[in-house]
Write a protein that binds this ligand. Structure first.
Ligand code: AMP
Ligand code: FE
Ligand code: FE
Ligand code: ZN
Length: 272
């Protein structure tokens, strides 16, 4: 019997639009049997997540997604962490540092947009975010101002690399992100590999300690699922994956969860 599970989604603690409790409700409605919350640079949604899950009788776990920066494809590499201990020495401090750098980046983006004549306000953006700030919060502010109609339009016109509001990511290097997750006892996996460069770049991540790769992903075609499944098999990597659900109004709010067959389910449950 295939099982529907979600190993990659975001809440209001980062750039999602549903609270962890609302995600739990959505998961139950969508027939999801296991929900893993993977907010960007934050594990603060854990308390709400576990409380709501206990009340709803849903199985949940807490993970993370760390967006990287650096040369080449590094600024498109996002590393997911599973099964980590949030209380591991230094872990919370590093995340706080990453969030602080994100805040600086968002302020620089706002300055660039203001220089274009857009009356956007950083403090307002800050006050709308629960914890981790990102470009999606700037996109939402542009939407509230009527400058764009969607997050996608904000990225396409202003926030993507090469566009007038772009500022480089200030995240850790992929090597640092993998080490941070592993030092906290977690399993480090590459998110959405289709955005993350070529196979030789993946080989470098594997040498740095990468343990898994998203094979099943909401945006993957059947041929991408085969390609990344082959990569995982050849490198001995765990084949994981989720929907990258961000909630209503984000452009990433298809049904929560992905169908796993018995074999794929057994292997993720053994290793996550
Ligand atoms: P940041 O972490 O600030 O670099 O922003 C990256 C985040 O923006 C990703 O995690 C996605 O959630 C979101 N994102 C990127 N591109 C788009 C897009 N075209 N439409 C909506 N959200 C996007
Ligand atoms: Fe995101
Ligand atoms: Fe991502
Ligand atoms: Zn994500």
């Amino acid at each position: 019997m295939p099982k529907r599970i979600e190993l990659h989604c975001h809440s209001t603690y980062s750039d999602g639009t549903l609270t962890p409790a609302e995600l739990v409700g959505r998961a139950v409605e969508s027939g999801v049997e296991l929900l893993v919350l993977t907010d960007h640079d934050s594990v603060s949604g854990g308390a709400d997540l576990f409380a709501a899950a206990a009340a709803a009788g849903l199985r949940v776990k807490l993970g993370i997604e760390i967006n990287c920066s650096g040369e080449g494809a590094a600024d498109r590499i996002h590393i997911l962490g599973y099964g980590l201990r949030p209380s591991a020495p230094g872990f919370a401090e590093r995340l706080a540092e990453f969030r602080q750098r994100r805040s600086v980046r968002a302020q620089r983006i706002v300055e660039k947009l203001r220089a274009l004549g857009i009356a956007i306000d950083f403090e307002h953006i800050r006050s709308c975010a629960h914890e981790t700030l990102g470009r999606p919060h700037v996109a939402d502010a542009l939407r509230r101002l009527g400058v764009v109609k969607s997050r996608k339009e904000a990225f396409d016109r202003f926030l993507m690399k090469g566009k007038p509001g772009y500022v480089d990511s200030m995240g850790p290097s992929p090597v640092e992100a993998i080490a941070l997750i592993r030092d906290a006892g977690g399993t480090a996996c590459l998110a959405h590999p289709q955005t993350a460069g070529k196979q030789n770049e993946l080989d470098e991540l594997v040498r740095a300690g990468l343990q898994g790769i998203e094979v099943l992903y909401s945006g993957h075609t059947p041929s991408q699922v085969r390609t990344y499944g082959d990569w995982a098999g050849a490198q001995g990597l765990l084949a994981c994956g989720g929907s990258d659900f961000h909630g209503p109004m984000t452009g990433r709010d298809e049904r929560l969860g992905i169908e796993y067959d018995d074999l794929a389910y057994a292997s993720v449950m053994e290793r996550l």
